[in-house]
Design a protein around this ligand. Structure first.
Ligand code: SAM
Length: 421
């Protein structure tokens, strides 16, 4: 989501980017507030530009994204070298904000949630790129007890179907072959009587669009209609990112995730029945307040039962203003204990992911070639429908093509293979 917003910021300003901050006219630190570490990182990045501003008073330094929304004008007091604070919904207002700063030399805060032109700024798209994100939804209507997203990104707003399809078509005209629909709970998308399953089917009708991905799905919003679309339409990727967060019903209840472990397992079964071999990835939080050893073992047993293709796992991080951050201190799971649980879980998942990748050896996979590998000019990189990164020998001219690749090796993070004729 942040990568997407950074590309929108670039387009909003019609600016060129530079890797050298000393050459920049404007420096914007785009931030994430999901965990405490991410927001600390934002402050330390901003600190690095203090001396540049001292040497060049015309330089404009700003902070955007969720940390900007969370702390608002407090950031201007905290950091005298900062010129502006811009919330994630206000990106379309950035050009005006910059003009105001240039004209009046005064500092500015724009953190309104009420931005009508929310979807007006589409992201910068680099020439030759084969894949692209398309935003279908902003904000979130769920109220998970640990999560700061609804506070910093506001309530859910869904983008009209026609706009989404127009953007997808224009990307295809620029050479894109795969789009990823993004939204905080992307499958809760609905508009004018259309539901997410309808959106997937409509996108599948876009000529020359070879593959459709979407992220992040909310388990409770998986509908029979969506499963049917996945089943019927081969262009829809055989991968779903479906955060479960915990395998313990007690913890899921406290997190206000609105489903049980059994309900989640049943959804996974229905998805795998509809699309055999469907890859499922997930997010897990360990050390949620009050999480016992037994709760943690329930999470481990869920990992064993489902055998996720991959899992992103995090230690619980209290976020300001969330109900989870206000839990009594005797429920806090010690950091050393949370770290132990995280290491156990990650070691277990590492073995499962590697085993699943190795199981692909000998199969011929359809790989959408995305371009030449950063490390080796003779190697092409792409992904399978199941979202497995695959490296194989080939030339840049094959970029953007859907290719048959025989898998020769399965590693933790990727597959290796050779072009099959
Ligand atoms: N909106 C998506 C959802 O509901 O699944 C994704 C939200 S977030 C960007 C990605 C992941 O960060 C979550 O799925 C969760 O595992 C993790 N996360 C969110 N808040 C957290 C917190 N306070 N502490 C630790 N991890 C957190």
């Amino acid at each position: 989501m942040n990568e997407y917003d950074s590309d929108r910021i670039r387009n909003a300003l019609e600016a060129q980017t530079t890797d050298n901050p000393e050459k920049a006219d404007i420096i914007i630190v785009n931030t994430c507030a999901i965990r405490d570490k991410a927001d600390q990182k934002a402050f330390s990045s901003l600190g690095k530009y203090k001396h540049l501003k001292r040497d060049n008073p015309d330089l404009i330094v700003g902070i955007s994204g969720c940390v900007a929304q969370l702390y608002g004008d407090k950031l201007l007091h905290k950091m005298p070298h900062l010129d502006f604070v811009l919330g994630p919904r206000a990106i379309p207002r950035l050009p005006d904000l910059i003009k105001k700063i240039e004209n009046g030399k005064h500092r500015a805060v724009e953190t309104s949630y009420d931005v009508q032109e929310l979807f007006d700024i589409e992201p910068y798209h680099a020439e030759g790129k084969v894949t692209a994100f398309v935003s279908v939804q902003q904000g979130c209507n769920k109220r998970c007890s640990y999560c700061i997203v609804p506070r910093v990104r506001g309530d859910e707003v869904n983008r009209p179907l026609g706009d989404i399809l127009r953007e997808a078509k224009s990307l295809v005209d620029k050479g894109v072959r795969e789009v990823t629909f993004i939204g905080q709970t992307v499958n809760s998308w609905k508009e004018n009587g259309y539901k997410f399953g309808d959106l997937l089917r409509a996108a599948a009708d876009v000529d020359n669009l070879e593959r459709i991905r979407f992220t992040t799905s909310y388990p409770r919003d998986i509908t029979a209609k969506m499963i049917e679309a996945v089943k019927d339409v081969p262009k829809i990727s055989r991968h779903i990112h479906l955060p479960v967060q915990s395998g313990s019903n007690a913890v899921l209840g406290k997190m206000k995730r609105t489903y049980t472990r059994e309900w989640y397992s049943d959804i996974v079964k229905r998805l795998r029945d509809a699309a055999p071999g469907m890859a499922i990835s997930t997010d897990i939080i360990v050390g949620y307040p009050g999480e016992t050893e037994r709760d943690f073992m329930d999470t481990m047993s869920l990992l064993e039962e489902i055998e996720f293709e991959s899992a992103f796992s995090f230690k619980f991080s209290p976020r300001p203003g969330t109900p989870a951050a206000a839990r009594p201190s005797d429920e806090t799971v010690e950091d050393s204990e949370a770290s132990r649980r995280l290491s156990l879980l990650q070691a277990f998942q590492r073995d499962v992911t590697t085993k699943k990748n190795r199981a692909r050896v000998g199969y011929i996979e359809e790989v959408l070639a995305e371009g030449i590998s950063k490390n080796d000019p003779e190697i092409l990189t792409g992904r399978t429908s199941h979202n497995r990164i695959t490296h194989f020998k080939g030339s840049a001219a094959l970029s953007g093509k859907m290719l048959k690749v025989r898998i020769t090796e399965g590693l933790f993070n990727s597959l290796r293979g050779e072009l099959s004729v």
